[in-house]
Write a protein that binds this ligand. Structure first.
Ligand code: NAD
Length: 478
């Protein structure tokens, strides 16, 4: 038979139609083709619940395949999506927006992190497995909109959940575009749509609707004090990755150039937007002046007292009324380049300056405030005891992150005990605590008040115990 073009076209069309039907059957019912984008919370939760049902009928290997699509898109399209995030949010540094997406795509723990526990003995065999919750509600920050969604989606889907995300309104467009791309690739390959749903027009009302929704089994919130409080009061199982104000202590035994390099790397990353970033330094008097020189030698620009005063006047503002009145970082300066802050301080610095710093009194608001901008205040302390005490005070009990530069093991131990933080870094930049230059694994949702720490697929699971009585303990008596 002569195979002509018309026959080929007909066959291709028939195959495509069948694949389409199959994908509709396998896909999330009437919501197939939405690729996770919704304006209504009820519809998004319903679609994610249907997707959860579908996912439950797939193997762990299929979950790995699904996650591989998320990883591939985050890595291969990091430049395009990172640029989109930078253009939309207008905070941070482009190179780090791109790097964060790649990092989360490459290094977020996946299905390989799942495990079961076994108890075997005279009375038989008990296996504890880690089951998904179902549909998780996630709230994500403007500081890392798509990176947080990427990491959350990998962890949550690895353990068999689906997720509805209420992104920060100022990072919603890149959130929607990323989610669309993830779902499209997953649906094309595995035939399930809407594993990750996103509210395209997020508001506080939509966040609260998610918190209260009866079909949301668990919430995961990554953000500042207000949303952390709201999540803790939601009455739902909540994984809360809350705010921090990471202090740094430097004692007289530290390697000062190593300390300066690490502090500059951590505090300038993405213009200080990381929740783990160095936010204030308490340095002992004995090496204070040498540390300031080491900071300059390694590329940071030192502001004088008048310049710091000018910067403080515009970059820190007050909110709240009466007893609730407190200082916060001014929105116009959060995540801006060091050169922009320097201009506000009355100084011209090269555009590629990574970090500004300077000596301040403890009373300067840059010390208590989580500034999220590349100016780092240094406070002179009598000795290491005073430095640790101040570090503890200004961490505000968030128990998030603390850092010390020292070669004295006793001082490390004392500070570790005193701070009681989720992350404690010795002699490195903050990101070393997330496996970036240190040992360990990565997540951008570090659960602090609720205690789960650096989240993994296991964070989003319920224990299920299965006991067989008297049998299958094959080492038992004959
Ligand atoms: P943010 O608190 O302004 O917003 C975070 C998210 O919460 C957004 O989606 C926002 O719309 C929502 N939100 C805010 N108030 C809410 C409320 N009352 N009810 C419901 N939703 C609410 O924070 P941001 O500026 O986007 O992000 C920076 C903050 O997040 C910093 O405090 C930082 O330390 C923290 N953070 C923590 C982690 C962590 O892993 N612990 C990671 C990243 C950021």
């Amino acid at each position: 038979m002569q195979v002509d073009e018309t026959i080929i076209r007909n066959v291709v069309q028939q195959v495509l139609a069948e694949v389409g039907q199959l994908s509709a059957i396998n896909g999330a019912g009437g919501n197939a083709g939405r690729h996770g984008i919704f304006t209504c919370v009820d519809e998004a939760v319903a679609a994610a619940a249907e997707a959860f049902d579908q996912l439950s009928r797939h193997t762990t290997e299929d979950r790995r395949r699904i996650i591989d699509h998320i990883r591939r898109i985050a890595i291969d399209q990091a430049v395009e999506l990172g640029t989109m995030e930078m253009e939309e949010t207008k905070i941070g540094r482009l190179e780090h927006k791109i790097e964060k997406l790649r990092m989360l795509g490459e290094r977020t723990p996946g299905v390989e992190f799942l495990r079961s526990e076994v108890f075997s003995g005279d009375h038989g065999l008990t296996v504890i497995e880690h089951a998904p919750y179902g549909v998780i509600g996630a709230i994500t920050p403007v500081t890392h909109s798509l990176p947080t969604i990427t990491g959350n989606a990998v962890s949550m889907i690895a353990s068999g959940n689906t997720v509805v995300v209420n992104p920060h309104p100022s990072g919603k467009r890149v959130a929607v575009e990323g989610v669309r791309r993830f779902n499209e690739a997953i649906a094309d390959d595995v035939g399930i749509d809407n594993l990750i749903c996103v509210i395209a027009e997020p508001t506080l009302d939509s966040a609260n609707a998610l918190f209260k929704h009866r079909d949301i089994a668990c919430i995961c919130v990554t953000g500042g004090p207000a949303v952390a409080r709201a999540a803790l009061n939601s009455g739902k199982r909540a994984v809360v990755a809350g705010p921090g104000n990471p202090p740094v202590v430097i004692d007289e035994t530290a390697d000062l150039d190593r300390a300066a390099k690490a502090i500059i790397q951590g505090a300038s990353y993405d213009n200080n937007l990381l929740c783990i970033s160095e936010k204030e330094v308490f340095c002992v008097e004995a090496v204070f002046d040498q540390v300031m020189t080491a900071m300059e030698r390694n590329g940071a620009v030192r502001l004088n007292a008048t310049e710091i005063e000018r910067l403080t006047a515009v970059a820190i503002t007050s909110v709240g009324k009466g007893e609730h009145r407190h200082d916060v970082a001014a929105k116009d300066y959060i995540g801006q380049d060091a050169a922009v802050l320097a201009k506000a301080a009355g100084r011209d610095v090269p555009a590629d300056t990574e970090l500004l710093f300077g000596e301040v009194a403890e009373t300067n608001p840059f010390v208590p405030v989580e500034q999220m901008m590349p100016f780092l205040p240094f406070v002179r302390c009598r000795d290491v005891d005073e430095a640790i005490a101040k570090a503890k005070h200004y961490e505000h009990g968030f128990r998030h992150t603390a850092i010390i530069h020292t070669n004295n093991i006793c001082n490390m131990t004392r500070m570790g005990r005193a701070m009681d933080t989720t992350l404690f870094v010795k002699n490195g930049p903050c990101m070393a605590a997330l496996g970036l230059g240190g040992e360990g694994y990565l997540s951008f949702s570090i659960a602090t008040p609720t205690g789960e720490g650096v989240t993994t697929p296991l964070t989003f699971t319920r224990e299920r115990r299965c006991s067989l009585i008297d049998d299958l303990h094959i080492l038992g008596k004959n």
